[in-house]
Design a protein around this ligand. Structure first.
Ligand code: NAI
Length: 336
């Protein structure tokens, strides 16, 4: 089975090549997996490169919209292997109509993302990004660095699936009271998480962390109206998907002095940035640049998943998805 691997970074090919050596994936020649790694990301302009391949492997920033899928279909591609959990960048209706199957990696290392969410919360609260630069400049003053204790404060977790549940456990470890909102309650958390309506989670939390997927119902769930309901001085963290937060409303909320800190691993404009070095460019009209002008905003570039453990788990699950597809085996990682 031939797989064209888009948007390859050195760490991707390293982890996939390592995983390919695993006995599980060293199969007979009929089912052997063959990966060709290329640098361009998947989009309409690059989809035709997949001619002669059975599958493409794509990531969060790939454009697997209708136009791309039609080209892939014309070139004979039957499978989109997403090496990520989210699949909002794939037009599933079109894929279904064209008979292209879509598989993802639903949970590779929830702790990787949850630990990064807590890192962002702490960094934004204690202004670690500013403190680091101050000390480098021999400025040993503490002005502008005051935060608050997380101990005995309230953490509000929105979305308590795999990553949200890991975040609940981390917050409990910090001695926080944990409240949560989800459309389904996670029975594993019932001993220490108090599920409340969204309204209450917004208004009672000192730390708010978003862990639900991007869907029509969660798009811009953080907007000026929901921001106004939050506690003054709240720390907001988003490691889920950028469009859960209306960036212009967030900027307005920051201007209104609502936030004690904001930590974002994902943001609306990230698609053109993800994993690119754009340090020489002048980013005109960038709301991200506007956000970065605020002292208590800390932004990272979609690195929540980026641990050794997670990369290996992503590679192994993606390869298993490919083999299951090839051998016609039922697989729960398929999305429709
Ligand atoms: P999951 O599917 O295990 O959990 C998602 C939870 O959100 C479920 O419990 C679901 O019931 C809940 N949910 C759905 N709609 C909701 C709504 N309207 N309001 C409140 N809750 C709702 O997913 P998992 O693995 O925990 O991932 C969560 C998100 O994290 C993914 O959708 C993805 O966007 C993001 N992610 C970010 C990464 C990063 O590197 N920053 C890496 C991996 C995932």
């Amino acid at each position: 089975m031939r797989i064209l691997f888009y948007d390859t970074k050195s760490y991707d090919s390293k982890s996939f090549d390592e995983a390919l050596e695993n006995d599980r994936f060293v199969t007979n020649s009929d089912t052997a997996l063959e990966i060709e790694y290329i640098k361009p990301d998947l989009e309409p302009r690059t989809a035709a490169l997949a001619e002669g391949f059975d599958a493409v492997c794509a990531f969060v920033s790939s454009d697997a919209g209708a136009e791309t899928l039609h080209i892939l279909h014309d070139k004979g591609v039957k499978l989109v292997l997403l090496r990520c959990a989210g699949y909002n960048n794939v037009d599933l209706d079109t894929a279904g109509r064209l008979g292209i199957r879509v598989m993802r990696v639903p949970g590779y290392s929830p702790e990787a993302v949850a630990e990064h969410a807590m890192a962002l919360a702490l960094a934004a609260n204690r202004r670690l990004h500013k403190a680091y630069n101050k000390v480098r400049e021999n400025d040993f003053s503490l002005s502008g660095l005051m935060g608050f204790n997380f101990y005995e404060k309230t953490a509000g977790i929105i979305g308590t699936g795999k990553i949200g549940a890991a975040m609940c456990r981390i917050c409990r470890g910090f001695g926080m009271k944990v409240i949560a909102y989800d459309v389904y309650e996670n029975p594993d958390l019932k001993d220490f998480v108090n599920y409340r309506p969204l309204e209450e989670v917004l208004s009672q939390s000192d730390l708010l962390s978003l862990h639900c997927p991007l869907t029509d119902s969660t798009y811009h769930m953080i907007n000026l109206e929901t921001i106004r309901r939050m506690k003054d001085g709240v720390i907001l963290v988003n490691t889920s998907r950028g469009a859960l937060v209306d960036t212009n409303d967030l900027i307005e909320g920051i201007r209104l002095r609502k936030f004690g800190g904001v930590g974002l691993d994902v943001y609306e404009e990230e698609t053109n940035n993800v994993f690119e070095d754009r340090s020489d460019e002048i980013l005109e009209h960038s709301t991200t640049a506007r956000l970065l002008s605020f002292p208590h905003v800390m932004i990272t570039s979609h690195q929540g998943f980026f641990t050794r453990e997670a990369l290996m788990a992503i590679a192994e699950t993606t390869l298993q998805n490919a083999i299951d597809f090839d051998q016609g085996r039922e697989n729960n990682n398929e999305v429709h």
